[in-house]
Design a protein around this ligand. Structure first.
Ligand SMILES: [Ca+2]
Ligand SMILES: [Ca+2]
Length: 312
């Protein structure tokens, strides 16, 4: 399990990978029946493994393309999964300006028919994934791109096949990974709760609780509390950071209390926090300020944040 507690979940990748991820049961010949077609790209720079083409998308297989810093320009790379085909092109830019932007362009086909064409800004990171995220037999195509900037932002979009068209679901500025958190075959979007960003620490030093979104119908809903094993693993990693110190940083404590609240253990976590916070501002008084309210201390500010964000 990847640790995304200490980062902002904005993957910056230095290479290109075209990979079919096989998460369900598969037969030995499943991976050999169909290989993604790659054009105008050095074959050496790609690992191309695509799952067997099937008339429907019942299995939990995702085919994906990821670009990162150093990825050369690509044209018409084909990702294919069942009836869905995505043609991807990417313009690498050495000097990025408003007029000279690194764009990931994509055209989505269904059974050979062009359905839509679009593009996304991809500064050092971009990704296209085909799969059946909610295992309902209809395909999804996810597109992500990093918009650039020190403190910002990956955008995510999902196109869901509704028979005749792909419905566009804009997730906004949410990064993260599409993965099957609980092994049930459906893919969740695993991201972080940005409400904790810079709340009790510097931006880079912020510890963020996990946030898990699940596709339900035509939207993604937050379902973090339904994945207690995943959250517990995150808690264990936080606890490993406590060490034997008598005090624990505010940001770490905030994430800890939030995580424990997600698995129904808010009270004990709150008591732990009260015992282990230093009482001194370690990031200036600004951290106690929430819009118009200036909180008197860390516990009061944390309680307000947890309340506002639905943790308690
Ligand atoms: Ca689906
Ligand atoms: Ca799942």
């Amino acid at each position: 399990m990847r640790n995304r507690l200490w980062t902002l979940a904005e993957p910056i990748l230095g290479s290109i990978a075209l990979v079919g991820l096989w998460a369900g049961a598969c037969s030995s010949d499943a991976l050999s029946a169909s290989v993604g077609r790659v054009e105008d790209v050095s074959a050496k720079s790609l690992v191309a493994i695509a799952p067997a083409a099937k008339p429907n998308l019942q299995s939990a297989t995702i085919t994906e393309l990821t670009i990162g810093y150093g990825t050369p320009s690509l044209s018409n790379v084909q990702l294919t999964r069942g009836p869905v085909n995505v043609e991807v092109s990417y313009t690498a830019r050495e000097d990025i300006t408003r007029e000279n932007r690194p764009l990931l362009r994509y055209e989505i086909f269904y059974e050979g028919q062009s359905i839509l064409k679009d593009e996304i800004l991809a500064v050092g990171y971009g990704r296209v994934i085909i799969g059946d995220f909610d295992v309902d037999g209809a395909a999804e195509v996810a597109v992500q791109g990093f918009t650039g900037g020190a403190n910002c932002c990956t955008s995510s979009l999902v196109y869901s096949w509704r028979g005749g068209e792909f419905e566009k679901i804009s997730l906004g500025e949410i990064g993260g990974d599409f993965e099957d958190v609980d092994g049930d075959g459906a893919f969740e979007l695993v991201t972080v709760d940005k409400a904790f960003l810079s709340a009790f620490s510097s931006h880079a030093g912020s510890v963020l609780p996990p946030k898990i979104l699940r596709l339900e119908g035509d939207r993604f809903v937050e379902a973090t509390r339904e994945y207690p094993e995943y959250v517990s693993a995150q808690i264990a990693e936080l606890e490993a950071r406590f060490g034997g110190d008598s005090t624990v940083s505010y940001s770490l404590l905030a994430a800890y209390v939030a995580d424990k609240a997600l698995i129904g253990e808010y009270e004990s976590a709150w008591a732990f926090m009260l015992e282990h916070y230093s009482g001194a501002p370690d990031y200036g008084s600004a951290m106690y300020k929430d819009r118009e309210t200036q909180y008197e201390d860390f516990p009061t500010a944390l309680a307000a944040l947890l309340e506002r964000e639905g943790y308690r």
